[in-house]
Design a protein around this ligand. Structure first.
Ligand code: GLY
Length: 406
């Protein structure tokens, strides 16, 4: 089996080298690099008839040099990340042209606020785009889009189970009566935000219920997570925990665990209930304990082909960003441990081993989208870039003595 997977790695051409952590991190240099790459992407997106603002950069495969874009439809869960990258880049550069492009791309997602929910990804789609846009501009029209979308997301909440349904489309074909994937933890941030910014206070209760039920049902005794929890809609009980994008039902899929770390950090921020702070640390520690030397995970911690399995820079970026926030809620010793780990992650991600550099306009190489589907293996993927620039900005704020969140 091992030989077959290593062979596959060679055929697919992904990097199986042992990356070493190197150098020290210069945050401004890394953000300048992001600004340069953002300009390269904007240039690449321009055609003779201008930019099509409904087409969002999604990925660049290992053997490609240019973005593959996808139409901003309700099915394209990644469509909010590119507008989010532009908002973060504008936050750093204060470049008015970047602001204008952030507004243009963000506008292409407005339709999501007035159609029925297709699935749970509305938080990714609308909070990365409109959420950052509102944070930076206080445009009241943006606020309304977020509030309306939060109400739409809430329609997927099942009070018997106590969580949000992730994939209505998988209910019948897979016989997953109520399915909740770990990624769904990220969508809670928009519900918390809406509840305290004029939306229905019930949105807060939904988010807390979702976090509690997920905590109870979607983790193994060692605090590693199942990607998918399948629930019975009559009893509300867990039927089974399985994977969709990981190596196997029993393994720790790196990005799933990353969503858990990020998600429970946000839930603690919004509730200040210490049980979530404790839980965020537990799901973090099992991840940190098993990282390779350069602190960027293999795509699944239990892929038997490790060390010849591809890394997942996207999980590395998500966790780096989360740990910078988590570190601020903890006493010096523990907080410093998480902050130092985040800096090590960002140092690796900012090295030649992971930055795309001149080779392509993305920020980062080496992410894995969907291994079981053989898609986006060892690729540049837009959400890796989004969480990378978010983490860099968080670190910059901390270094300059500001709060971690903008
Ligand atoms: N939300 C899907 C993923 O993390 O790939």
């Amino acid at each position: 089996m091992k030989k077959i997977v290593v062979g596959l790695a060679v055929v697919l051409g992904f990097c199986t080298c042992a990356h070493q952590p190197s150098g020290t991190l210069d945050v401004n240099k890394a953000l300048d690099y992001c600004a340069k790459q953002t300009q390269r992407t904007l240039t690449e997106l321009k055609t003779d008839s201008g930019i099509d603002y409904t087409m969002m950069p999604r990925n660049i495969m290992a053997d490609e040099q240019h973005w593959n874009c996808r139409k901003a439809t309700k099915e394209e869960w990644c469509a909010g990340f590119w507008p989010g990258v532009l908002w973060y880049d504008y936050e750093y550069t204060k470049d008015k042209q970047v602001l204008e492009e952030a507004e243009n791309f963000t506008h292409s997602l407005k339709f999501l606020s007035h159609i029925p929910a297709y699935d749970h990804d509305l938080g990714f789609l609308v909070f990365c785009s409109y959420g950052n846009g509102y944070r930076l501009t206080k445009n009241p029209a943006y606020k309304q889009v977020i509030l309306d979308t939060a109400d739409t997301l809430a329609t997927l909440f099942n009070p018997i189970v106590g969580t949000i349904l992730s994939w209505p489309r998988e209910v019948e074909p897979r016989n997953w009566p109520h399915n909740t994937i770990m990624d769904n933890m990220i969508n809670l941030e928009m519900l918390f935000w809406a509840a305290k910014n004029g939306g229905n206070p019930y949105l807060y209760d939904i988010a807390v219920s979702h976090a509690d039920k997920t905590m109870k049902s979607q983790f193994r005794p060692d605090y590693t997570s199942y990607h998918v929890a399948v629930y019975d809609t009559i009893t509300g009980n867990l039927i089974k925990g399985v994977t969709h994008q990981g190596y196997a039902d029993s393994t720790m899929w790196a990005r799933g665990q990353a969503w858990a770390i990020y998600g429970y950090t946000v839930v603690y921020r919004e509730t200040k209930d210490p049980k979530y702070l404790d839980f965020a640390q537990k799901v973090t520690d099992v991840y940190l304990d098993r990282l390779p030397e350069d602190k960027v995970p293999y795509w699944d911690f239990d892929d038997p082909s490790i060390p010849n399995a591809p890394r997942d820079a996207s999980a590395g970026a998500v966790v780096a960003s989360a740990l910078l926030e988590l570190s601020t809620y903890l006493p010096n010793g523990t907080g410093k441990r998480y902050k130092d780990a985040a800096i090590e992650m960002l140092t690796s991600l900012s090295s030649d081993s992971y930055q795309s550099g001149e080779s392509k306009p993305s920020f980062l190489l080496h992410s894995v989208g969907h291994w079981p589907n053989h898609s986006e293996i060892d690729a540049s993927i837009i959400y890796a870039d989004y969480y990378y620039i978010e983490a860099l900005l968080r670190l910059k704020r901390l270094q300059e003595g500001y709060g971690v969140l903008g």
